[in-house]
Design a protein around this ligand. Structure first.
Ligand code: S3P
Length: 460
């Protein structure tokens, strides 16, 4: 296995690059409904972390429900390139032969992380504490995303990291730096920044503590605890100390609520819809989308809430229901941060005005999700006004037209769902990156009743 680590890595990098050169177009016919049961793929955040912590654990970690999508495969390839033997994924099952907290090896090439901000930000923390040098690179979108939010506090801890003058990747991390624990008051509510610092803190002298201005997803804390590593939480402060160890365990990855969200909105806006989504993660730091849709009048039922692998899960039944516009409570923004593209579609189909504020973070996601969604909704005939930190959407009649996803997976899927209430065909360009989080989106959406096809073309 170890012998072909680099050839596997190379091949996957080539296919990631090849994907970004082809223009995948989604063509979606208007109307129809969504009905039936489905299990959407595994949670992206939990899948990333299972590879990271499984690699650093002592013993063999078995992961089920792993998300076989480009972002998580990028994390997996990075750990393979650092000498970790990882089997799979085969039907969502991955076996990781952990090398222990100090067992990673120097990679012989740059670690290419594709489109994945989570991989880059979490790895920057983890790699700052290693004895070897490393370089993290990504695709054009990831290479534009802000990295100072991690490199500044990491440097305060003693890390030696170089970025471009703009503070973007490639990140060049010098090995052997002596890290010291700090207390960091995060200026933005970001689980990626929090997780980055906690992972660096495992290798720092003394205590590392992070205060979050608002609750963000806590999968890192939960999973560290699941692997037997002590993590303390006091109110809004999370603390770790060095010197602990991770003990391999089984990880059951729930279905991703961020992927389920497309069908929650789809079933809410389509006439006569009734969809049940199975085994969805309902971690309270992720359920903002359910709260927002319920405030808008959605009919959502949580069935059989239970726990799986340290995370709360449930089946979720959604039936169509007339939606009305709301002012989205700012406290819910970090809890629904990835769901706004499709929530803007819900707003476009709601009666009256929906106003989002306090969400400037959306401007630095895989695309500028405020501008790109406002542009696309306007093409479809909706009055959608972008603001610096959100959007004001007047519910109306969705028309037809061609919109550009700007290579952002969640924009591509959001506009596909919009077709359920459109008057004509919606064509979405640059959709290849749907493979970063939800490679079976088209197939699964078709199974539930969406009239969608994916067409391959060259980028001209
Ligand atoms: C993620 C955190 C979020 C989210 C991203 C995944 C994570 O980013 O948008 O898709 O796995 O920690 P921020 O923490 O930067 O908001």
């Amino acid at each position: 296995m170890r012998g072909n680590v680099f050839s596997t890595n190379w091949k996957n990098n080539q296919s990631l690059n090849a994907m970004s050169n082809s223009n995948v177009i989604f063509r979606v016919q208007p109307g129809g409904s969504l009905r039936g049961e489905a299990r959407v793929p595994g949670d992206k955040s939990v899948s990333h972390r299972s590879i990271m912590l499984g690699s650093l654990a002592e013993g063999t970690t078995r992961v089920s429900g792993f998300l076989q999508a480009e972002d998580c495969l990028a994390t997996m390839n990075a750990f393979r390139a650092m000498g970790v033997e990882i089997e799979g994924p085969v039907e969502g099952c991955v076996t990781i032969h952990g090398v222990g907290m100090h067992g990673l090896k120097a990679p012989t090439q740059e670690l290419y992380l594709g489109n994945s901000g989570t991989s880059m930000r979490l790895l920057s923390g983890l790699l700052s504490g290693q004895a070897f040098d490393s370089v993290l690179t990504g695709d054009p979108s990831l290479s534009r995303r802000p990295m100072k939010r991690v490199t500044n506090p990491l440097r305060e801890m003693g890390a030696e990291i170089e970025t471009t003058a703009a503070g973007t990747s490639p990140l060049k991390i010098k090995g052997g730096a002596k890290l010291k624990g700090i207390h960091y008051d995060m200026p933005v509510a970001s689980a990626q920044v929090k997780s980055c610092l906690l992972l660096a803190g495992l290798y720092a002298e003394g205590e590392t503590s992070v205060r979050e201005p608002a609750p963000t997803r806590d999968h890192t804390e939960r999973m560290l605890t699941g692997f037997g590593y002590p993590v303390e939480r006091e109110g809004d402060v999370i603390k770790v100390r060095p010197g602990g160890k991770l003990t391999a365990c089984d990880v059951d990855v729930p279905s991703d609520i961020s992927s389920a969200a497309f069908f929650m909105v789809g079933a809410s806006i389509a006439e006569g819809a009734d969809v049940t989504l199975k085994h969805v993660g309902i971690n309270p730091t992720r359920t903002g989308v359910i709260d927002i849709l319920k405030l808008m009048g959605a009919d959502i039922e949580i069935i059989d809430p239970r726990e799986a692998g340290g995370e709360p899960v449930a089946d979720i039944r959604i039936k169509s229901s007339p939606l009305h516009g709301i002012d989205i409570p700012e406290a819910l923004v970090p809890l629904a941060i990835d769901e706004f593209p499709v929530l803007f579609v819900a707003a476009a189909c709601a009666e009256g005005q929906t106003r989002l504020t306090g969400a400037e973070e959306l401007r630095v996601k895989e695309s500028d999700r405020i501008q790109v969604m406002a542009d696309g909704l306007q093409i479809l005939g909706i009055d959608a006004q972008p603001t610096p930190d959100g959007m004001i959407v007047q519910g109306g009649k969705l028309g037809s037209g061609k919109v550009d996803s700007h290579g952002d997976h969640r924009i591509a899927m959001a506009f596909s769902i919009a077709a359920l209430r459109a008057s004509g065909t919606i064509e979405i360009s640059d959709c290849a990156n749907v493979n970063t989080s939800f490679p079976i989106f088209v197939e699964l959406a078709r199974g539930l009743g969406l009239d969608i096809v994916s067409i391959e073309g060259e980028i001209v």
